[in-house]
Design a binder for this molecule. Structure first.
Ligand code: IMP
Ligand code: MG
Length: 368
């Protein structure tokens, strides 16, 4: 396993397999371009290594030209193809073999195809070391393919993740760990804290309560805590970016965890999207949003009971309690929709004995 820019990758395709695939592409190209003196057009940066190996196997005379393009940022396609070094050579009436590292969405190939037409080539062929048929959205034929692979993000052998990994002699795949990341919801008085501590034990999860994370960072005057405090002191809301950075740091403390229980976050769609992005960067995702469902009247009764013994002021006044419950439903309605769209919403009956409720929660988690 290797780490590049903070992401983990595991070895996926060995150098031996790559060289074997390149041998086969070379055989086909030697057969098709025998005595033809083609121009090999190498697409930088990714294809440099494939081009070196492939061209060292070409048996005839040839010319070599370069263009430089990019369409990826991080581990995802931007959908925009940028040309950094344009085509300078005159390719009119020439036979051209485009050498690409990988064909993914096909956006780059589309742009190159247009370039070939504009250049007035006699004929062009595309050779790509990798092809992801599952991501391909175009119709252009890829004439020579080294290896067809699933749509996972890969690095090595010329391919990079944010600039790193091109020099590796094998292909590595982004490590996607199957984590059980839960977003736990429940109205005040639903027993969320109690259930979170049981689930944490049972599934060996890390409980991230946003409130606790804030208090910890502020108390220890971390950089982010100090920043958050500066907003709080001015009576302003802490910006989502600060909160998400704190959560990110919290997740990074235990990268090998079985998963996390997010408690108190997200509260808005923007935060839910930020959480998705954060987890995706770490090669994982939200597995489920679980909401404890308890009838309002039962909640009011429970909280008033609790108020009598705990002395918590916000548990003593029925109007305050009802308002807190209302705020909860106003906030969660949007998030419920957000996770329902992804088939990740699970409502769990929160009325009954504590262990009964834990059993209901477990039956949801066990199926994730
Ligand atoms: P397309 O335009 O979506 O077909 O993407 C082609 C370009 O995206 C390639 O030339 C690479 O630069 C980059 N790319 C696509 N998939 C990967 C990958 O898995 N790892 C690294 N770069 C990739
Ligand atoms: Mg490329």
């Amino acid at each position: 396993m290797i780490t590049l820019n903070g992401l983990q990758f595991q070895e996926y395709i060995s150098e031996k397999e790559l060289l074997h695939a390149i041998d086969e592409v070379a055989v086909a190209i030697n057969r098709d371009f025998k005595g033809k003196q083609p121009v090999f057009l190498v697409v930088l940066n990714g294809a440099y290594k494939f081009a070196t190996e492939l061209l060292s196997r070409f048996e005839g005379d040839c010319e070599i030209e370069f263009i430089k393009m990019s369409s990826y940022d991080g581990t995802a396609s931007t959908g925009q193809v940028q040309t950094h070094i344009p085509l300078e050579a005159d390719l009119e009436e020439r036979e051209v073999v485009v050498i690409e590292d990988i064909v993914d969405s096909g956006n780059t190939i589309e742009k190159i195809t247009q370039m070939m037409v504009t250049a007035g080539v006699n004929k062009y062929r595309i050779a790509s070391l990798f092809f992801k048929p599952g991501s391909y959205t175009k119709e252009y034929k890829i004439h020579y393919v080294g290896l067809e692979i699933p749509s996972d993000f890969i690095v090595g052998y010329g391919l990079d993740y944010n600039g790193l990994g091109r020099n590796l002699n094998a292909i590595y795949k982004l490590k996607t760990t199957k984590m059980t990341n839960l977003v736990l919801f429940g109205p005040p008085g639903a027993g969320k804290g109690t259930q979170a501590s049981f689930l944490k034990e049972k599934y060996n999860l890390i409980h991230i309560s946003t409130g606790d994370v804030f208090r910890y960072n502020i108390k220890n005057a971390t950089e982010l805590g100090t920043l958050a405090k500066s907003y709080i002191d001015k009576g302003q809301l802490v910006p989502d970016t600060v909160t998400i950075d704190m959560l990110s740091a919290e997740v990074d403390k235990t990268p090998d965890a079985n998963g996390f229980i997010f408690d108190g976050f997200p509260r808005t769609t923007a935060q839910a999207e930020a959480l998705d992005a954060l987890l995706e960067e770490k090669g994982t995702q939200v597995a489920a949003m679980i909401a404890l469902e308890v009838d309002d009247e039962i909640l009011v009764k429970r909280l008033l009971e609790r108020g009598k013994t705990s002395g918590r002021k916000d548990d003593a006044d029925e109007a305050v309690i009802r308002n807190r419950i209302k705020v909860y439903y106003d906030e969660t309605a949007i998030l419920k929709g957000y996770y329902q769209k992804q088939d990740k919403y699970y409502g769990v009956d929160g009325v009954g004995e504590i262990n009964e409720i834990t059993t209901r929660l477990s039956s949801v988690i066990d199926k994730l």
